[in-house]
Ligand binder design. Sequence first.
Ligand code: SF4
Ligand code: SF4
Length: 170
Amino acid sequence: MSNTAYETNLQTIAAIASEKEEENDHFLRSLRHHSGAVLDEMANRIYQDVNAAVDCTACGNCCQKLVVNITQPEIERLAVFMNMTEENLREKYIEESLAGNCFINTVPCHFLSGTSCSIYPERFTECRDFPHLHKPGFKERFLGTLLHYPSCPIIYNTVEVMKRELKFIE
Ligand code: SF4
Ligand code: SF4
């Protein structure tokens, strides 16, 4: 567990994000001068520290905003977990695109209860993986990551530590 004091107040982060829009645009462009592998290692290392210090169950902000894609095996596991038939589960909670992709049919997510996930042990891969900072491809995904910078404390803090480590800011 990290001893670093990270900012977790959502209003404070949103306000700072609006002040830092131009800085973040410059930071995005500056990343082209860095190796993708170096950025992946740095993002993952800092993310692990931030993630250990930030309590997602006291936040739930991404569950308010994301469209969550789910797979057939996840639907089957959730039906068992909720003691429902797959048919009833699909009817109540799931939408299917013409291409056959399934996703939760409400934003915010049905399963958000206060700031916590009511199906936490069976939450979906997309939920577990967000905000994807532990995965290779940080540099290529960074534009999308920045979209959630104002609303996700893990992204906000990870990006701010990266800026300092890369000497982009003091
Ligand atoms: S399933 Fe749980 S973790 Fe995933 S979006 Fe819904 S409330 Fe959030
Ligand atoms: S991933 Fe980010 S937005 Fe989602 S609950 Fe955790 S800190 Fe909040």
